[in-house]
Ligand binder design. Structure first.
Ligand code: KG4
Ligand code: ZN
Length: 397
């Protein structure tokens, strides 16, 4: 059995997790910074970096406390060291190196995007009902909820049942049949991958401009809604008419696996504020101060539904093309947008098994990094203590 401690700080979530054998999540703690960035309707890198510094230690301690383990029980320290915002990455990478060095444990740097694809085989689990006595640790908080932990921590215990059952029988979830097509759809990435295994992925398409999650966030801002916009538009879309407005679908060339969402975003902007001309340009707004007025409720729901339908149509068409190209036997979808209910329903139309993360593992988390590191740990494939934080992904065309 391998127990891996994971750290995530690539963007605006400070997270830590303990994962057993690459799939069983013993703890998964996430301090979201969404409130700090909400007034700017997007992540401000300097604010993110400072918040990581404040949140990191309480989050690490909480993850250990919830997993009911001590540092002696941990086999390796995993960290998402690429891609992401450099200031944010540096905080998590420095913490991981410090832990690895001071505890004498192996360090394993993983790719955040690849980890999103691994998230489909994670299973949540309550702390063991009969935990072993923890190894004494002077740094450890005394109770299951340590003092000083940010109030917006989200320790997840969603639907522990499948994992608990699996743990009793010792059976990990069945891995997807490979070759597979992977889609990572998040605030920072929209890309398609050809996978021969979780560890062997090649990029076959990516966005030429905005990521789909970014388009959700920007459209929500245009509509005077909060941040992050994805979950808000997802809820509104469920009550709207997707055919009420014909927003454009950008399929690019016939065989292209790339994406483009900026035209769709502009179409929503023009629909809401009118098409600008030299005589009447769009009024300039200060995102920190001028709040756009939301359209009336029914119109708001229809815009959300029509926008979401356009995103989903494009994603499904690109997935079909990628499946044909790769000769795929399954589809893996990860990233924040994989939580979208409309997308989840539409994916059922693909004639292949589709693997999606449990809701707690769709958005950024550290469990996916700890899970992905398990294979590297088994191979003895460790990172040096001078591991770099890098802004680009390891996965290449
Ligand atoms: O994976 P993630 O947590 O961070 C990145 O790596 O970017 O994804 C965050 C993105 C945000 O843009 C957010 O609006 C979007 O995922 N998102 C959603 C939903 N939940 C989160 N988009 C559409 N529908 C959702 N239910
Ligand atoms: Zn992510």
């Amino acid at each position: 059995m391998a127990l891996i401690f994971g750290i995530e700080s690539t963007c605006d979530e400070t997270a830590a997790a303990v994962v057993q054998d690459g799939w069983l999540v013993r703890s998964n703690v996430i301090a979201s910074q969404a409130d700090l960035h909400a007034r700017y309707r997007g992540v401000v890198p300097e604010i993110a970096c400072r918040a990581h510094i404040e949140n990191l230690l309480p989050v690490l301690r909480e993850a250990m406390a919830i997993a009911h383990v001590g540092w002696d029980d941990i086999d390796a320290i995993a960290v998402a060291h690429r891609p992401g915002l450099i200031g944010s990455l540096l905080i998590g990478v420095t913490a991981a190196k410090t832990l690895a060095w001071s505890l004498g444990k192996p360090l394993i740097g993983v790719d955040h995007v690849q980890a999103h694809l691994h998230s489909v085989i994670l299973r949540d689990n309550d702390a063991p009902s009969d935990p072993p006595p923890p190894t004494p640790d002077p740094q450890r908080p005394t109770g299951p909820r340590s003092t000083g932990v940010p109030r917006d921590l989200q320790p997840t215990t969603a639907n522990p049942q499948p994992a608990t059952l699996a743990r009793e029988t010792g059976a990990p979830p069945d891995p997807p049949p490979f070759p597979a097509v992977g889609l990572v759809a998040s605030g920072g990435h929209t890309a398609l991958y050809a996978l021969n295994s979780f560890d062997d992925a090649r990029i076959i398409g990516s966005t030429l401009d905005d990521a789909v999650g970014e388009a959700y966030d920007k459209v929500a801002a245009i509509l005077g809604q909060g941040y992050p916009g994805g979950p808000i538009l997802d809820r509104l879309a469920a009550e709207g008419d997707p055919r009420a407005i014909a927003f454009p679908r950008s399929y690019l060339q016939r065989d292209s696996l790339d994406f483009s969402f900026s035209g769709l975003k502009t179409a929503v902007l023009y629909h809401v504020r009118g098409v600008p001309s030299r005589k009447s340009p769009l009024p300039k707004r200060d995102p920190g101060r001028d709040e756009p007025t939301p359209p009336p409720d029914a119109e708001l729901r229809n815009i959300a539904a029509a926008f979401q339908a356009a995103c989903i149509d494009v994603i499904l068409e690109k997935l079909r093309r990628a499946i044909r190209r790769v000769g795929a036997r399954s589809v893996l979808v990860g990233g924040g947008v994989s939580a979208n209910r409309g997308l989840r329903n539409a994916l059922a139309n693909l004639k292949l098994p589709v693997f999606l993360p449990e809701p707690a593992f769709c958005t950024d988390n550290a469990a996916m990094s700890a899970g992905l590191a398990d294979a590297a740990f088994a191979r003895g494939d460790f990172s040096p203590l001078d591991l770099d934080a890098l802004t680009d992904s390891r996965l290449r065309r």
